[in-house]
Design a protein around this ligand. Sequence first.
Ligand SMILES: [Zn+2]
Length: 322
Amino acid sequence: MTQKAGMSVHLGIDLGGTSIKMGLVNEGGQIISRLETDTSDDFDTVTRDMAEGVLSLLKKTGLGKKDLPYIGLGVPSTVHPETGRLILANNTGWENAPMREALEEKTGLSVLIANDADCALAGEALCGSAKNQKDVLMLTLGTGVGGAMLINGRLFSGCDGMGMEVGHLPLIAGGPKCTCGASGCVETLVSATGLVLLTKEAIHENPDSLMHKKIKSGIPLDGRLAFSCMEEGDQAAKSVVERYCALLAQTVGGLSNVFRPALVLLGGGVSKAGDALLFRVREALPRFILSYSVIGGPELRLASLGNDAGLIGAAFLKEMSI
Ligand SMILES: [Zn+2]
C-alpha cells in the first residue's frame, strides 16, 4: 500500500521473545504495512534487523524518513528513561544494553522505548478494549506476568520511569521460587508457567484424569490443557482452572483495592481461554474487593488487539506521554 501525501503515519516495533514485529500505523491505529522477522539473542543482529525493517517498510509505502515523527519500540525489559538503555532483558540476558543509541545511529531517526506491557496497554487504550477509558489496569498473562496502568489517561511510570512490575508482587508466602530470587510472586502462579505448574501437580495427584490420558497420548502439557479438558467434563481439570482463576482474582482484587481502576484488561496467551477465564475471575473477584457490595469493583474485559497491541501502542508512545 502506498501512503497518501499529507496523512500522518507512525512506526511501531514490538521486540518479542521469538519475533520482531514492525509496522506503519495510521492515525486511526490501523496497521497499513507490516513485517515480521525472527528475533535473536545477539544485540547487534537485532538492532540491524530492526533498522533494515524500518527502511524496507518506508520503501514499500513510498515514504521517506522525514515522514516519520519517531520510531516507537516496545521491549521485554525495564528501560532507563533517560538513556534508553535496556536495564535487564530477561529473555536475552542483555544488561544495560544501549538500545536507543544503537537504533538511532543505524536509522538516523529519533527512537522512543518503553516496556512491552506499557505499549500493549497504550495500544488497547488507543483503539482496543480500553478505548475512551482513563483508569485502566492491564495484566498480560504470558510466560511471565506483565502489568501496566493508565491513571487519568496517562501511563503510570513511577518515580524513575520503571513502571509496574506486577509479576513480582508477592502473592503467597513460601510459594514457588521466582526468577527474581523471591518466592510466591504473582508471576510464579498467575502466568502461563504457573498454570502449567498447577496442571502438572493435578495430573500427578489424579492419574485417572483426562488430562493425564491426553498427556500420555502425546498432547503437550501447556496452559490450554486444563481449559480444554474441563470443557470435556474432567473434574481435576476444572479444579485447576478454578484454582488458577481464584489466584488471578486475588491479584486483580488486591491491585484494584490499591489503584481503583475502572477497568481491568486481561491479555497475553492465557487470556485466549476467553469467557471460560473471564467469567470465573469475575465470579471470584468480589471477595477480594473492599466494600464490593457498596461500591462495586472494576469492569473486567479481555484485551482485543492480541499480538498487535504492543506494536500499535509503541507507534504512539509520545502521544501517550511516557
Ligand atoms: Zn519475582
